[in-house]
Design a protein around this ligand. Sequence first.
Ligand code: AMP
Ligand code: MG
Length: 331
Amino acid sequence: MVVLGIESTAHTASVGVVGDGAEILGLSSDMYHPPSGGIHPREAANHHVDLLPGLVEAALEQSGVNPRSLEAVAFAQGPGLGPCLRAGATVARVLALSWDRPLVAVNHCVAHVEIARVLSGLDDAILLYASGGNTQVISYGAGRYRVLGETLDVGIGNFLDKLWIALGGTFPGGPAIEAAARDRTNLLPLPYSVHGMDVAFSGILTAALELARRGADRADIAYSVETTAYAMLTEVTERALAHLGRQDVVLGGGVACNERLRAMVRTMVEARGGRSFAPPKRLCVDNGAMIAWTGLLGVRAGMRVDVERSAVRPRQRTDLVDVPWRDPSGR
Ligand code: AMP
Ligand code: MG
């Protein structure tokens, strides 16, 4: 069974072709880089419309798969930016109709979780999903992914991007902050904002910008922001392990590319006798392979959607979609 998947929820247009054992047969991506500031949804959508046909062609060519032998065409239905989602969904509908293949709608967050989970080989891990627009601690239970804790304001990646742009840098901020913070040790005071299982970042943003205004070194700010924000994520993830009696953690989402976050989570998990896993970076950031793989899991479980009922859902939450491919009594 081979499925083609289209990702277009935000800045990245990407097409993946994935086989039965999650083998990535083809993957072709292109990220929209705004000339200045953050992402403008319509401009990002125009980028996706322009590039997706070529990305489909490239991913198929890499895979050597004939489109008519695909099992299905999958697309990211939500959550994400409306115009960007519609660009990917439109391409997916056209392909499904012209190749006469079923269409499968995939939740973007569940896709981040599923690709990380299959690569990890860890079956009852707690999932830390840290990306641009989303930040959630997740566990499977009774047919759905349950959100145990999450950001109360912005996603951690959007927070890092916004901070870096305000400090004079360019999008994406996360990797640039990581590079600036490397080898730094001067920890400046920032609000540590954990509320039970939830976290918040806007107070750190305000405080970090105030430090900058008072002349603090940009690399010291980067180091302090990473230390504080990643400690918050590590704390809520550890609390999830403790409460649910679990040992292992799987990381996903673009911010899971970060070596510091990976190391902090690994230190915490190993101290508790468990294992932590993060996928290779090209599969942490938004990518079509995770949509194809989750689509494949869905098709195997009998999921498909009629074109007429395939509207995008910009606010679709992780815990609102069924996960019929997992054992409902499992965890
Ligand atoms: P996603 O939305 O999952 O594609 O992730 C994109 C987000 O990941 C952006 O906000 C990036 O700034 C962030 N990101 C990518 N690489 C890194 C990194 N090495 N450290 C921190 N954040 C990162
Ligand atoms: Mg994402």
